[in-house]
Design a protein around this ligand. Structure first.
Ligand code: BTN
Length: 347
């Protein structure tokens, strides 16, 4: 599918990437109107009235949507009809299902962004409210932990960043990452109960030992207080292939089940699940032991697994669960040690 640079109407992120323009809101409106009349052909005049544009503008918007893979039949003289519900992560698709969560009212969509985390961090620093979410169909500079990149093929995965403003000390932010893993795991299982995803401390979700999701938590804080947090979640949903170097270590939901996943359904389930986990976390430090216990329960490697830390291979031992701050403990020759950072590798 070609990228459509012409469909952005807001140059809000000029400083970052020219292509990181928020999606023209009128595209979502066209889809919303068409979805409101699923079985009828709607005339160009009516569509134009409902959206508040001219008929020729409607035609241009319809053409833009078609290049993005949205199946719309018809033309200006006959009228238009949606032939399939589009699987685009547009605000119009998500808003109705996210009502009642903190994620329902500030949804930003990009056809092409550098990194949704970078955009979310910039907006958060500029005052974006808690619960703002940033979704991209494609990322050109998707970021992972450390200096890793995140493979972000177009309209196959979920590339989502959320802004949170919890009243937490920075030391509790690890628990939020762990809770996000639980939210991802639950969302996947809610959609297909056969898929048992495995959590790998601190930020990976695996299926059959391969990575299906990564979480990147970034924050701005003072010594004792978080200003804002951005949690970025990348899920390999409908990838059918990966670049050669990722092939041995990455998988997708589609490769796992052999079926296409609705990204809209998965994204909605994820954000609803994250909303529940986040609200639990905010009830106070009493909620932490429960999150840590559930993380251990859903992680086959949190206990009794021989591991080493990639960045510091001398640091090796057998996992013995999480400590009360959420750090992974390993039994080494010198005794029990917490792992504060680094990539866990299995021996
Ligand atoms: C990792 O496994 O190292 C974390 C990967 C996080 C990827 C997501 S995709 C959405 C958000 N935007 C980014 O640039 N990264 C995160």
């Amino acid at each position: 599918m070609p990228h459509n640079f012409a469909i952005g109407n807001q140059d809000r992120h000029r400083g970052i990437k020219l292509s990181a323009r928020e999606t023209d809101a009128r595209l979502g409106r066209v889809i919303r109107v068409l979805m409101g009349y699923p079985t009828v052909v709607i005339s160009g005049t009516k569509l134009a009235q409902e959206i508040g544009v001219t008929r020729s503008e409607v035609w241009r918007l319809v053409q833009s949507l078609r290049t993005l893979g949205v199946k719309i039949e018809g033309h200006p003289s006959s009228g238009y009809q949606l032939t399939a519900v589009p699987d685009l992560l547009l605000p119009e698709m998500l808003e109705p299902v996210l009502r009642g969560t903190i994620f329902g009212s500030n949804i930003h969509h990009y056809y092409r962004a550098g990194s949704t985390n970078t955009i979310a961090l910039e907006d958060a620093a500029g005052g974006a409210p808690e619960g703002s979410i940033y979704l991209a169909e494609q990322q050109t500079s998707g970021r992972g932990r450390g200096s890793n990149t995140w493979h972000s093929a177009e309209s196959t995965g979920i590339y989502c960043s959320v802004v949170l403003r919890p009243n937490l000390p920075p030391s509790d932010v690890l628990v939020l990452t762990l809770a996000t893993g639980l939210a991802v795991q639950a969302a996947i299982q809610e959609i297909d109960s056969r898929v048992l995803a495995d959590l790998k401390w601190p930020n990976d979700v695996l299926i059959s030992g391969k990575k299906v999701c990564g979480i990147l938590t970034e924050m701005s804080s003072e010594a004792t207080r978080v200003r804002h947090i951005v949690v970025g979640i990348g899920i390999n949903a409908n990838h059918t292939e990966f670049p050669a170097e990722l092939e041995p270590i990455a998988t997708s939901l589609r490769l796992t089940t052999g079926t296409e996943w609705s990204r809209v359904e998965l994204c909605a389930a994820l954000l609803k699940s994250l909303d529940r986990e986040y609200k639990k976390l905010l009830t106070g430090p009493e909620s932490h032991p429960d999150i840590l216990r559930r993380f251990e329960q859903h992680s086959s490697s949190a206990r009794g697994r021989e591991i080493f830390i990639e960045e510091n291979p001398e640091l090796r031992g057998t996992t013995e669960g999480l400590d009360d701050r959420g750090f992974l403990r390993i039994r080494t020759r010198e005794g029990l040690k917490p792992i504060y950072s680094g990539t866990v590798r299995f021996k």
